[in-house]
Write a protein that binds this ligand. Structure first.
Ligand SMILES: Nc1ncnc2c1ncn2[C@@H]1O[C@H](COP(=O)(O)OP(=O)(O)OP(=O)(O)O)[C@@H](O)[C@H]1O
Ligand SMILES: [Mg+2]
Length: 355
């Protein structure tokens, strides 16, 4: 996956800009608040997902304007492709190779990218929902049908929860719980199986990459943590408790990934640097797996991460990303060692200058 040309109009503080990146490492440097992260965010939107900063679509339009547009020319599947994203009236629309998509999520599985920014440390530091999102987002990119399966599961979960809240007032509804439990267990088991396979497939790459990052001084491990072994059984067993609580206490929406460094919970005991390295290993493994499944190397977006890595870790990272197109943001132009072909750009007040 290679970006050949990117044009942004009225996207956040980027009123108008064009970038023609190189195949190797593209460094975008500039002072704080100039628009560096905004540019990476614009690239990321072509994965079909929402902003990696969790912003609302309407926040992505330049203040005072009512429409933002991003045009991307990229090389994938051995051919040149074009994609557009328009954001207006609180909606994000996409066009791929001239064909309007029903929604921006029509781009999922067409353009691949992996992003790593300082906020992503939350993936290890915070509660389980971000780790579930990590697996789900990755599976949506590589497994056709997973997004639909997940939404069926979530929809059924909402219906079961509504029923649980109604039961105290309408005891006769207790009998209908059986049907929902069966449906929920069937979807849920498939979600769990997909996630477990995903964790199994990134486990070795994560271990290897983490070992490389930590100069073989520390060992990471990860395991899928199920909230129930037999979901159907567990739902049945939890019925009374679930009615009392008004929500469903077991299922993939309660699962987690257990991440350990030297056999201790990374979340509870990991240092800041260890957590950051763990997230980096997860992200790079995600990129590796995307390549194995699709034959395409995702575009790598590294927002502001190099300055926090010592030069040995930087070398490891850049060597590891040898075959990918990479975009790196930083404040000082010399903050990143340029190990192979690439380009240098300065971002100044929303304007990009090729150096
Ligand atoms: N919708 C918008 N319209 C106009 N400006 C915006 C909009 N959204 C964000 N901005 C502004 O864009 C500017 C640049 O933000 P960005 O996060 O890209 O900076 P950055 O270059 O990555 O800085 P840092 O080095 O601090 O990370 C900020 O000043 C922000 O207020
Ligand atoms: Mg930034």
């Amino acid at each position: 996956m290679i970006i050949q040309h990117l044009e942004v109009k009225n996207y956040r503080n980027l009123q108008y800009g064009v970038i023609i990146p190189q195949n190797g490492i593209n460094i975008i440097y500039g002072k704080n608040a100039q628009g560096k992260t905004n540019l990476l965010e614009a690239v990321w939107l072509f994965t079909g997902g929402r902003s990696f900063r969790g912003a609302k679509d309407s926040d992505l339009i330049l203040h005072g304007e009512n429409r933002a547009e991003i045009n991307l020319d990229f090389f994938s599947g051995e051919r040149g492709q074009t994609a557009q994203i328009f954001i207006e009236s609180g909606r994000r629309n996409a066009v791929l190779n001239g064909v309007a998509q029903k929604s921006a999520s029509g781009l999922i599985g067409k353009f691949f990218s992996v992003v790593f920014s300082p906020e992503h440390i939350a993936l290890v530091r915070e509660g389980p929902s971000l780790r579930r999102d990590f697996m789900d987002a990755a599976l949506c990119q590589i497994r056709p049908g997973y997004a639909a399966l997940l939404s069926r599961y979530n929809h059924t979960l909402v219906q079961r929860n509504t029923l649980l809240k109604d039961i105290p007032r309408h005891a006769e509804l207790m009998d209908t719980l059986e049907i929902w439990d069966e449906k929920l267990a069937a979807y849920g088991e498939t979600v769990v199986r997909g996630r477990m396979e995903y964790i199994e497939s990134i486990r070795e790459p994560v271990k290897e990459i983490y070992a490389g990052i930590s100069n073989h001084e520390e060992a990471i491990d990860l395991n899928y943590q199920k909230s129930a072994d037999d979901l159907k059984q567990a739902l049945k067993a939890a019925r009374r408790e679930d009615v009392a609580a008004g929500h469903t206490s077991v299922g993939p929406h309660r699962d987690d990934i257990d991440i350990t460094i030297d056999r201790r919970s990374a979340r509870a005991f990991g240092s800041q640097g260890q957590k950051r390295s763990a997230v980096l290993a997860l992200k790079l493994a995600e990129a590796e797996l995307l390549f194995r499944r699709t034959g395409e190397r995702p575009v790598i977006l590294l927002d502001d991460v190099m300055s926090e890595l010592d030069s040995g870790r930087q070398d490891y990272l850049l060597n590891h990303l040898n075959s990918c197109q990479v975009f790196i943001t930083c404040c000082e132009p010399g903050a990143v060692k340029q190990l192979r072909e690439g380009a240098l750009f300065e971002m100044d007040g929303g304007t990009l200058i090729k150096k």
